[in-house]
Design a protein around this ligand. Structure first.
Ligand SMILES: Nc1ncnc2c1ncn2[C@@H]1O[C@H](COP(=O)(O)OP(=O)(O)OP(=O)(O)O)[C@@H](O)[C@H]1O
Ligand SMILES: [Mg+2]
Length: 244
């Protein structure tokens, strides 16, 4: 499992995560909601070992991200897709996808390419393997980004606002892929502002507020009057998101 225990993170005098606890079990889809600046991306970066924790502990299948010797194993298990399409511009879609399997997992090139092509086909881009990122639309690039993460066969897929830079049509292209992955049992941690979508695909929803994890509930309970909605901040957040 993926385990975040009493994690604190500050940037200078500003506390951004203030004692966060979160457990994600294999097979679960957990969405993280919260206002801008509440610490969602920082939490994902901490899980990736990209930020040094001030206190607490994060383990991915018992590998501690704070221990240099364990970080590589932890990272192999948690594939991440970020908001911005961070594909290598000088490599084709297929090369972006096969780079880490070949270099890190030492997979034979032909095998990695066959799997890369299969992944591209799954996301509807079977005919764009040789396109460079600049030749792809935003939604297509983000689908390649998802393939790149999946090519490492992570146990946990972390997604940080993967649709927020996309127009509605491209957003639905990408959400369709994620819904399919969820249905196939992919374990996901999903940071999003797409409330209705989160509601459809998540087993659990957590709500971050100023670095504190205020609510951690099964999805149905999160949206129930005697559950998440009983928390004034959650009710306020949901009503604002629905108006926007
Ligand atoms: N490297 C950094 N140095 C200083 N402050 C930072 C840094 N990274 C994030 N912060 C601050 O930490 C807080 C949380 O940022 P974070 O990016 O985690 O928020 P978020 O919940 O992902 O917001 P959004 O919904 O806008 O993406 C913000 O106040 C931000 O300004
Ligand atoms: Mg963010």
């Amino acid at each position: 499992m993926l385990k975040v225990e009493n994690v604190k993170k500050a940037f200078g005098p500003v506390t951004v995560l203030d004692g966060v606890n979160l457990t994600v079990n294999p097979g679960e889809v957990v969405s993280i909601l919260g206002s801008s600046g509440s610490g969602k991306s920082t939490l994902i970066r901490c899980i990736n070992g990209l930020e040094k924790l001030n206190a607490g502990k994060i383990t991915v299948d018992d590998f501690d991200v704070s221990k240099p010797k364990e970080l590589a194993e932890a990272r192999k298990r948690s594939g991440t897709v970020f908001q911005l399409f961070n594909l290598y511009p000088h490599m084709t879609a297929l090369q972006n996808i096969t780079l880490a399997p070949i270099e890190v997992l030492k997979r034979p090139k032909a095998e990695a390419e066959a799997e890369g092509r299969a992944l591209l086909t799954q996301v509807g881009l079977g005919d764009r393997a040789d396109a460079y990122p600049a030749q792809l639309s935003g939604g297509q690039r983000q689908r390649v980004g998802i393939c790149r993460a999946l090519a490492m066969k992570p146990r946990y897929l972390l997604l940080d606002e993967v649709t927020s830079a996309l127009d509605p049509e491209m957003t639905s292209e990408v959400l369709d892929i994620l819904a399919k992955l969820a249905k196939d049992g992919t374990t996901m941690v999903f940071v999003t502002h797409e409330i209705e979508f989160a509601r459809q695909i998540s087993n659990r929803i957590v709500f971050l507020e100023k670095g504190v994890l205020l609510v951690d509930l099964p999805t149905e309970k999160f949206f129930a009057a005697d559950g998440g909605l009983a928390q004034p901040r959650v009710a306020q957040f949901l009503s604002k998101m629905r108006k926007d």
